[in-house]
Design a binder for this molecule. Sequence first.
Ligand SMILES: CC(C)(COP(=O)(O)OP(=O)(O)OC[C@H]1O[C@@H](n2cnc3c(N)ncnc32)[C@H](O)[C@@H]1OP(=O)(O)O)[C@@H](O)C(=O)NCCC(=O)NCCS
Length: 436
Amino acid sequence: MNTAPLQGIKVVDFTEVQSGPSCTQMLAWLGADVIKIERPGVGDATRKELQFAPDEPSYYFLQLNSDKKSLALDAKTPDGKEILTRLIKEADIFVENLHPGAMDKLGFSWEAVHALNPRCIYGTIKGFPVSSKYKNLKAYEPIAQVTAAAASTTGWYSGPDNMPTQSGAALGDSNTGMHLLIGLLAALCQREKTGEGTYVYQSMHNACLNLCRIKTRDQLTLDRIGYLTQFPQYPDGKFGDCVPRAGNIEGSGVLGWTYKCKPAGGLDSEIDGNNYVYVILQRGAKDFEAACKAMGFEDWLTNPDFNTADARDRHKDAVHQRIAAWTADKTKYEVTEILGAAGVPVGPVLSTKEMMTDESLYDGNTLVKINQGGAIGEFVTVGCPFTMSNYQPQYGPCPSLGGNTDEVLKSLGYTDDQIKTFAQNGTTAPLAEPKK
Ligand SMILES: CC(C)(COP(=O)(O)OP(=O)(O)OC[C@H]1O[C@@H](n2cnc3c(N)ncnc32)[C@H](O)[C@@H]1OP(=O)(O)O)[C@@H](O)C(=O)NCCC(=O)NCCS
C-alpha cells in the first residue's frame, strides 16, 4: 500500500544551493532515485554555508538533500563527461541550475542530453525567462523578489521604514523548485503518451511572479480607477502610478490587520516581539455580526460608518483602533480562542521557535525529525507539504560528499581498477597536491 509514486524514476541531479535541490528533494521523497553530482572536494556550496560546526554540513544543506545519493564528479574532465553520459543514458530526469551558459560549456545542454537519451526529461532553473533582457544574470533569492514586484509591494508604506522589503519566505528559491517540480511531473505524464522527454525551463522570476498575481490584479484596478479600497492609503492618502506597499493588509476584499496583544510569557516574550494576532472582518453581514458580538461591538451593527463592508473600508483606521484596544489586554492565544469560537478568521503570529516546538506539527509530514547519525544526530526539517492517502514518504539522512561514488560507478559497469583511476586522475576526487 506504500508504493512510491516515483518508484523506479532515475534522476541525475546537477543542482546546488536551494532552488534546484528543493525540487530534487521532493523527487527523492516521492520515491525517485536521485543522484546528486557534486564537485570533488568542493560539493554543493551550502555544505559549508552557515555551518554550526566546522567539519559538519550546515543545516542549510541537510534540510535540502535528504534521501539523495552523492556522486563526486568533475564534469570538466574527459572521464567525468563519459561517466555523466552513461548516467544520462539511463536517466528519466536531468535537473540543473548552474549559471546561464554553464551547462552548454560543459557539453550537457538540453539539445545534447536529448540527443543522448530522447526519453530523458530536462529541467532547468535560471533567474529569468529567456525573453528577458536579464536572462544572462546570475540570480539568488532577492534578485527574484525585487524583479517580480514582490519587494516593491511588500513592507511599510510610510515613515522611515517605507522601502522595498523582502519576504521571509523563499519565493525565489524553494518556491521555484516547487514550480519546476510541477513541470517535471507534468513532463512525466506527457512522456507516458509521447514516449519522449521534454525541456522544462523554470525561471525564479516567473515562479515569484506567479505568487504576485494579485499584485498585477491591483495594478489593473489602480490603472482604471486610481485607488485601491483595501489599502491603508484609502480613502484619505495619495496613490501614485503603481501598487504601493501594503503593510499588513489582507490583500483581497476583506478587512484584516495585525493587532498587538499582551505577551503571554514563555515563548511569547516581549523581547521577541511576536505578541500579535491577525484578525479578519469578512464582508458578509452575518459574519460581521458574529465578529461584533464576540468583541462586544454590537453598536457597529446599526452604525452606518461600520455596518457595511464599504463603510468599513472608508473607516478602517477607526476599525483598527477599536480592535487594537480590545486585543491589548488579551494574549494572542486568548484572542484566537474567542474569535475562532465565533467563526471569525483569526490566527496568532507565531515565531519559528513556537512553531518548531509545537508537538502537534510532528505528524509525520509537517515537521519531521531526520536521524543523520554521527556528530549531527537528529535534525528537524519541513517534510513533504502534502499528504497522500496511500503513500507515506520515509525521511532518510543526507549523503556525505561523494559518499555513493563507488556504488554509482559500479552500477554503471565500471571496474574496481577504473574506479581507482578516476579517484587518482581528478575525476571523482581532488587531484593530490604535487610533492614539494
Ligand atoms: C547560483 C549561481 C548564482 C551560482 O553561480 P556560480 O557561483 O557561477 O556557480 P555555478 O555552480 O553556477 O558555476 C560555477 C562553475 O562550476 C562548474 N561546475 C559546477 N558543478 C560542476 C561539476 N560537477 N563538475 C565540473 N564543473 C562544475 C560550472 O560549470 C561553472 O563553471 P564555469 O564558471 O567555468 O562555467 C548560479 O548558478 C545561477 O544563477 N543559477 C541559476 C539560478 C539559481 O538557481 N540560483 C540559485 C538560487 S538558490
